[in-house]
Design a protein around this ligand. Structure first.
Ligand code: XMP
Length: 329
């Protein structure tokens, strides 16, 4: 039997009861697979890796070693939340690697979007491989992965390659542990909630792997990246407060490397524009623009231009996909 094929008889996990039964089954399977050995997991803080971490903690506790690489391109408080939830509340063995300087130094002066992506992806593998190599020499034999069913379907259809080895170099050989590989995203979320993960983590909006690096257009500088992160945090806070977080599929700020003249405290104030993007979509292939009440937009503009150093304008992107993509990069 191909273990990468979802049996037709498998019920959709839509309730806590079904999720609990799934969790119990997987806990048993993971224990059988790994015995008393240790499992390594790259924990980004995204939905899939977080749910796998929580499931593996339930199954094997301190035999799980999570590695969280902060590439310096995370949203505000994201790495802190990973440390708080997994390192403290769930008492997991968590190796936190702050690789911010390493990533930002490599990215300095690089403006081409594809090159930026390549650098971020390549550095990530290197940093993670360094940690994996250390753990492998200490006898860790298993690698946990947050593979979900769409990843398997996409790799079968050739749409997207699916790294079934974490993209690690040849010399690093691990046996995979992929407890949610037959689940669709909505099911992963139900399982995550049943495992007690915070709602905000389980229903997190999609976030590109290269993080804020794609939304900080052109060559990334630390000050512009900081401004982007702060403005994005304000946008998210206001969407949460005003009930828009549940209505809008994805919303974020992009900051281009363009400045214009403004006025602050009666003085010339040069700054970047913060661009608001808020879209609805079903499958991310096409997207429509969600109408945001002007009152809320005014308030967000007021907050961003007053609270964020370096931003002197706020713009709203009204472009559907197509013709725009969802991200700005
Ligand atoms: P675009 O910009 O192509 O984005 O319209 C479609 C969706 O994909 C997300 N996206 C990514 N997700 N890794 C991801 O996991 C990535 O590198 C990546 N790049 C874009 C984007 O946020 C949007 O939801």
């Amino acid at each position: 039997m191909d273990t990468n094929v979802r049996p037709e008889s498998m019920q959709r996990i839509t309730t806590k009861e079904l999720a609990d039964a799934f969790i119990e089954e997987q806990v048993k399977a993971v224990r059988e697979q790994v015995g008393d050995k240790k499992v390594l997991l790259a924990l980004s803080g995204g939905v899939d890796s977080s749910v796998v971490a929580a499931l593996l903690i339930k199954a094997i506790g301190r035999q799980l070693v999570c590695v969280h690489v902060n590439h310096g391109l995370m949203r505000k408080n994201e790495s802190e939340q990973v440390v708080e939830v997994f390192g403290k509340e769930m008492d997991c063995e968590l190796i936190y690697v702050d690789a911010t300087d390493r990533f930002l130094d490599k990215l300095a002066g690089v403006s081409d979007p594809e090159r930026k992506r390549k650098i971020i992806g390549g550095e990530f593998i290197e940093v993670f491989a360094d940690e994996a190599r250390k753990l492998s020499s200490e006898g860790v034999e298993f690698l946990g992965q947050g593979t979900i069913y769409p990843d398997i379907l996409e790799s079968k259809s050739g749409v997207k390659s699916h790294h079934n080895d974490g993209g690690l170099p040849e010399d690093l050989k691990f046996e995979l542990v992929e407890p949610v590989k037959l689940l669709f995203k909505d099911e992963v979320r139900v399982v995550g909630e049943a495992l007690g993960l915070p709602h905000a983590m389980v229903y997190r909006q999609p976030f590109p792997g290269p993080g804020l690096g794609v939304r900080c257009l052109g060559a990334i500088t630390r000050d512009r990246l900081h401004a982007l992160r702060e403005a994005d945090a304000i946008l998210r806070e206001e969407f949460d407060k005003n009930g828009l977080a549940e209505k809008v599929w994805q919303y974020f700020i992009a900051v281009p490397d363009v400045t214009s003249v403004g006025v602050r405290d009666n003085k010339r104030y040069e700054g970047w524009p913060a661009i608001i993007r808020a879209v609805n979509t079903v499958d991310a292939m096409t997207a429509t623009i969600e109408e945001i009440p002007y009152e809320i937009l005014h308030h967000i503009t007021d907050r961003i231009t007053h609270e964020v150093e370096g931003i002197n304008r706020v713009l709203l992107d009204l472009t559907p996909k197509p013709i725009g993509t969802i991200e700005w990069e």
